[in-house]
Design a protein around this ligand. Structure first.
Ligand SMILES: Cc1cc2nc3c(=O)[nH]c(=O)nc-3n(C[C@H](O)[C@H](O)[C@H](O)COP(=O)(O)OP(=O)(O)OC[C@H]3O[C@@H](n4cnc5c(N)ncnc54)[C@H](O)[C@@H]3O)c2cc1C
Length: 265
């Protein structure tokens, strides 16, 4: 009987998208839907298992949105739209061998589930987004909760609720006690006003707000800093100098206003 040699399957073209945020998720979905799995392998690498649209983080933080109801699970979404989801954190790229390097995956107790590994790519898209810039504003890095991820939004909500409980208990025991809940918000971005209002309305507490101008100045300064690059010999201005200057300007010039909450505890 003649032996039939197996025909090697043609190697699929592998497109790797790292980061399943607003850009990466949309791209992987469209690529998966358009090219499918026959000749292409569309792979989304993301360090979270679910996606929630970042502009909703204010509502998650204030407690007016249950993130579990609004999030998208990458694995089932990928199955429906023709891409494969790889859970993990990118920690390097080997451009010579065209591979992305994925950090070891640990369980919640810190035990390793999977060691450092790599994924081959023919085309690579990095869509890892960005995080908030505090422009060097004093005390922000040490004392503030940033709103860049669901984890941080959840943490803010838990801390707020815990503190409400603490104040409530104190006032029950001593109605004249000085206890109060005060939320200070740094940054005047597009959704800041919403977070302030929601937090004030839901808790009935006083919300202290820095001026929106600080955000405008921050944005302006960062554009200027990127124009300056590392160093501009003619002006002597560099990135760090512009960012420091902006931090000082914002700290010294922004008036603070207070929104009063409508109800008590
Ligand atoms: C609180 C808040 C409110 C906002 N409100 C608005 C608004 O009202 N209107 C508006 O237009 N824009 C708003 N934005 C901005 C908007 O969310 C961003 O412009 C947009 O999300 C950027 O999309 P992106 O895909 O580039 O990055 P992201 O959406 O940040 O996605 C990046 C993804 O990459 C993943 N990632 C990062 N590093 C790694 C790694 N090493 N390995 C694997 N995965 C990684 C992250 O987990 C994340 O899922 C807001 C942003 C925030 C934080």
């Amino acid at each position: 009987m003649t032996k039939v040699e197996p025909v090697p399957a043609a190697r699929k073209i592998q497109v790797v998208v790292v980061g399943g945020g607003a850009a990466g998720l949309e791209l992987a979905t469209r690529l998966g839907a358009h090219f499918g799995r026959r000749h292409f392998d569309i792979i989304l690498v993301e360090r979270n298992r679910t996606h929630i649209w970042k502009p909703l983080l204010h509502e998650v933080a204030a407690g007016s949105l249950d993130a579990n109801l609004d999030e998208v699970g990458y694995r089932s979404h990928g199955f429906a739209w023709g891409y494969r989801f790889f859970y993990g954190t990118l920690d390097g790229i080997d451009r010579d061998t065209r591979q992305v390097l994925i950090a070891p995956i640990l369980d919640e107790d810190g035990s390793e589930i999977m060691g450092r590994h790599s994924i081959r790519y023919d085309y690579l898209v990095l869509a890892v987004g960005s995080v908030s810039n505090d422009f060097g504003t004093k005390g922000v890095a040490q004392n503030c909760i940033f709103l860049d991820s669901r984890l941080q939004a959840d943490r803010f909500r838990s801390k707020l609720l815990d503190h409400c409980l603490r104040v409530s208990r104190t006032l029950q025991n001593d109605p004249d006690a000085e206890a109060q809940v005060r939320v200070d918000i740094v940054g005047g971005g597009a959704r800041n006003d919403l977070l302030n209002r929601l937090t004030g309305e839901l808790t009935g507490f006083e919300i202290v707000v820095g001026s929106p101008e600080s955000s405008t100045m921050g944005n302006f300064a960062i554009q200027l800093a990127s124009l300056a690059g590392d160093y501009t010999p003619s002006t002597g201005v560099n990135y760090a100098a512009v960012v420091n200057w902006a931090g000082e300007l914002i700290a010294n010039s922004s008036p603070i206003s207070v929104l009063s909450g409508s109800s008590g505890l």
